[in-house]
Structures are given as structure tokens and as C-alpha cells.
Ligand binder design. Sequence first.
Ligand code: AMP
Length: 214
Amino acid sequence: MKLLIFGPPGSGKGTYSSRIEDRIDVKHISTGDIFRSAVKGNTDLGKKVKEYLDSGELVPDELVNKVVKERLEGTDDFILDGYPRTVEQAKFLDGFMDVDAIIVLDVTDEITIERLSARRVCKECGEVFHRLFNKPKKEGVCDKCGGELYHRDDDKPSVIRDRIKTYENMSEPVIEYFEGKIPFVINRCRKADAPIDKMVDGIISQLEEKDILS
Ligand code: AMP
């Protein structure tokens, strides 16, 4: 099964994908995680993308497309988080793969800001926590792998507003691009503290209702 998960920063893409991966047979693939791990390892890719990640700007399409195509090679069941983020990327993906559904996460800007300022991410495995609504069992330590949790530089208030604008200008048109081409699973969230498992149940029920989960 080939799923895309789409939404503004802080909409829960990483959190929901990780839970969905635990429940159905799909691999969570996040372009943001791929880039952060490259930066951490100071690889050639990491050196090329670092300044974009630090400023919250989008990595150029050509580079992202190449990375994603290589990563998806031979992978049949996945939930792709953070890609496509521009219409160019959507067209590129459409050119080499048939996607089964797009999960669209719809949240307000207030929720985005509230969630990102309290988000903490595992340095090792990328698991996502929230200081109030999705706390780790032990402060500062990842429940999944024991790694250290940190506050991403691009989750700081000065960068968040720019990331929201980039999403509105560059990424929202992707929804229009896929309309009528692939089934949509819409998840509307109007509360920053909405129970995660309930939201994930809702997504999985919609996948079942639309006969996407076989
Ligand atoms: P994320 O973890 O999905 O919020 O991504 C973190 C950062 O990685 C973004 O702010 C971009 O700089 C970069 N990035 C991730 N995915 C993409 C993409 N599909 N296109 C361009 N840049 C991306």
C-alpha cells in the first residue's frame, strides 16, 4: 500500500505516521528525517541541505526528487511523510508511481504554533513528543529507543511563521493537484490536545471504508 500523509508543520504527520506504521503493514518514510540524519552524519547530502533545514526553507525539488526516488526503489508498502511538498514534486512522483491514497491533515495556524513550540524530537530515531499532550515517560528521553530529545531549530517561533507561509504558498496547491486523481482521507483537528489514538483510529477507519486497506 502506498500512502501519502500531507499537512502543515505541526499537523501530526510524523506522530500519526509512526502510529499507523505500528498498526498496519507500512513503512514510515519521512523526507525530513532523511535530511536531518544526513545533516547529523555530515554526509554530502547533509552539507547540501543543512542551510535549508536551518532556515525552514524547502530543499530544491531536483534534489528532493532524486533522494525520494532512490529511497522508494523496491519499497511497496509505505506511508510517505513530508513529500510531495510542491506541485513539481507531485508531478514527479505521479510520473513513476501510483499512490493509493493521500491522508490530508487539516489544522489551524494556532495549533501549528502551539504544537511546534512544545514539540520535542528524538535525536536517534526521530520519534515525536509534545511537552504537554504526548509526554515521554521520562523527561528528555525517547520512549522508543532511549535517545535524547531536543527542540528542533526550525520549531522555534522565528522560523515557524515562515514555514506556515511556505506551506500555504508552495504545498497547499498539491492538494488541488491530486484532487480527483487519488482517494482522499481527511483528518480535521481543531484542538491541539486531540487524543492521538482517536485521530489515528479515524484515519484507519476511513482507509477501511474506502477499501484501501486490504
Ligand atoms: P519536516 O520534518 O517534514 O518538517 O521537514 C524538515 C525540513 O526538511 C523542511 O523544512 C525542509 O527544509 C526539508 N524538507 C523535507 N521534505 C521536503 C520536501 N519534500 N521538499 C523540500 N524540502 C523538504
